[in-house]
Design a protein around this ligand. Structure first.
Ligand code: PEP
Length: 254
């Protein structure tokens, strides 16, 4: 049985003081909530060490939002997997559409990053998803399948067991426009079938597939109620503890 995983993506928001204040408040809410799902926060690099301390003992997972694919080197401004490991992060987002769009992330670099993260036992949250024109042209599945195939290239079955894939239709991110629960279910199930054909039904059964794109407290229960939606990657609604806990504890809103 896959436990649902709700991860916040804070993007480029919050100072460290604001992040620690969030953690203190969220820890209390998470402890009281009898939470339906595992919760995690993917924060800017500068906040990670302070958040590691602030979330200690809470069970809230800590994630980065990116990583470089090399171990070290002359890559000004970049952060490596061993640097993240030293802080004790659990997860790292890879291939978010904003990085694909604004920072020239490609399936090739995404693939290299996944391999490097596994070397350091940091679990990837791999983002895939189609743009609006691709969906309108009936190409959503073709686009997502190609991303999954290229991004996972060379990974071992045991690594797939630990993977999280976030299906994030680009047209639904930060737009207030959400995929319908049926669209989310269809594509999450399609991703699982794709992984089953690349690896095995057993690996696909363990894989957690999140939906991401304007998930809010008021729509979370319906989306997360779908059989193949194993959680959510949440941007805007993860910034306020009282909103985020309502998503983590989604069944209370059903
Ligand atoms: C995201 O950043 O991954 C995301 C899904 O953002 P939002 O929830 O704000 O659409």
């Amino acid at each position: 049985m896959r436990k649902k995983f709700i991860a916040g993506n804070w993007k480029m928001y919050k100072t460290t003081a604001e992040a620690v204040a969030f953690a203190k408040a969220f820890k209390r809410l998470y402890a009281d909530a009898g939470a339906d799902a595992e919760a995690g926060v993917c924060a800017p690099f500068t906040q990670l060490a302070a958040l590691k301390d602030a979330f200690a003992g809470s069970g809230v997972k800590l994630g980065a939002q990116n990583v470089h694919f090399e171990e070290n080197g002359a890559y000004t401004g970049e952060i490596s997997a061993p640097m993240l490991k030293e802080i004790g992060v659990d997860y790292a987002i890879v291939g978010h559409s904003e990085r694909r769009e604004y920072f020239a992330e490609t399936d090739e670099t995404v693939n290299k990053k996944l391999h490097k993260l596994y070397e350091y036992n940091i679990l990837p949250i791999l983002c895939v998803g189609e743009k609006l024109d691709q969906r309108d042209a009936g190409k959503a599945e073709t686009v997502v399948k190609a991303q999954v195939e290229k991004d996972l290239s060379g990974l071992l079955p045991a690594q797939i067991d630990l993977l999280v894939i976030a299906y994030e239709p680009v047209w639904a991110i930060g737009t207030g426009r959400t995929a319908t629960p049926e669209q989310a279910q269809e594509m999450c199930a399609f991703i699982r079938r794709t992984v089953a054909s690349l690896y095995s039904a057993a690996a696909a059964d363990k894989l957690r597939v999140q939906y991401g794109g304007s998930v809010k407290p008021d729509n979370a229960a319906e989306i997360l109620g779908k059989a193949d939606v194993d959680g959510a990657l949440v941007g805007g609604a993860s910034l306020v503890p009282e909103d985020f806990i309502r998503i983590v504890n989604f069944s209370a809103n059903a």
